[in-house]
Design a protein around this ligand. Structure first.
Ligand code: G1P
Length: 298
């Protein structure tokens, strides 16, 4: 059994990269095919063996709580209509035990994690960011980090190599390779410019943290974007940090193109639509749509 039992999922951000969709609804609830993004994250946590889930929310995030709550009227209706598959689906969601805490002001990822201090207590824990949906049907991304923690201890960062022109969007690792997919971290920079980046190994949405991070977060001053950055607190830790280049297809669903890629690829894996969607894509005249040619003009 893993010593990592708890996960913190920060979901308090305003989702400004995805306006106007996020004006009145949380970006975590945007559906990928038919499932809200946050459900993929929660399902990955459960598949990895996590027992306690804490979601950090803010104002405007009520629908996340409702999604994991029971819905008596909906269940009654589905029962009356004999829709067993849908009934099982909504009941399973309500059975997932999720805790919530509100971050009172959007002071950054580091501050959001700090809100979990009392919930975590004195044990190592996982953090999953909702923007990073990772597809790996064999070994969930978080499980890969948990296994790595059992072997190495310390802090484990989930990472992948990104194109050099994308480094300024991420926390970037300076490290020394110790195993084919594992790097001992010597330094970390949040959103460096391309010429200041120590590598193109980016921290992508999954962490195993030790409770000493809270002591560092207390001392961390606002950094990039005038926010309390988790990366800055991590960079101050005196305990070992590793970056694991995890296996899986990672989608940045906080970005329009990343979200579209996730939608198309998840649809091609979804048993309910995959065949008809594949047929549609294969018959699609991409250039004609791009050129705005009306169907009857072809
Ligand atoms: C956050 C982290 C950053 C990380 C990124 C992707 O940034 O601060 O280090 O690389 O998530 O997981 P954000 O995308 O919230 O600005």
């Amino acid at each position: 059994m893993s010593s990592i039992r708890k996960v913190v999922i920060p979901a308090a951000g305003f989702g400004t990269r995805f306006l106007p969709a996020t004006k009145a609804q949380p970006k975590e609830m945007l559906p990928i095919v038919d499932t809200p993004a946050i459900q993929y994250i929660v399902e990955e946590a459960i598949a990895s063996g996590i027992e306690e889930i804490l979601i950090i929310t803010g104002r405007n995030k009520r629908s996340i709580e409702d999604h994991f709550d029971s819905s008596v009227e909906l269940e009654q209706l589905l029962q009356q209509q004999g829709k067993k598959m849908q009934l099982d689906m909504v009941r399973q969601l309500a059975d997932i035990r999720v805790h919530f805490i509100r971050q009172k002001a959007p002071r950054g990822l580091g501050d959001a994690i700090y809100c979990a201090k009392a919930f975590i207590g004195d044990e190592p824990f996982a953090v999953m960011l909702g923007d990073d949906v990772v597809y790996n049907p064999t070994t969930p991304c978080l499980k890969q980090l948990m296994d790595c923690y059992e072997e190495r201890g310390g802090t484990i960062l989930g990472a992948q190599f990104v194109p050099e022109d994308k480094v300024s969007a991420y926390g970037i690792v300076a490290g020394t390779q110790v195993e084919p997919n594992l790097y001992k971290v010597d330094g970390l920079v949040e959103k460096p410019s391309r010429d200041m980046a120590p590598s193109n190994l980016a921290v992508l949405g999954r962490y195993i943290l030790t409770p000493d991070i809270f002591t560092e977060l207390e001392k961390t001053k606002p950094g990039a974007g005038n926010e309390i950055q988790l990366t800055d607190a991590l960079a101050q830790l005196s305990t070992p940090i590793y970056a694991l280049a995890y296996e899986g297809v990672r989608y940045d669903i906080g970005d329009r193109l990343g979200y579209l890629k996730a939608t198309v690829e998840y649809a091609l894996r979804n048993p309910l639509v995959k065949d008809s969607f594949k047929e549609y894509l294969e018959g699609l005249d991409v250039q004609a749509v791009y050129d705005k040619v009306l169907p009857f003009e072809k």
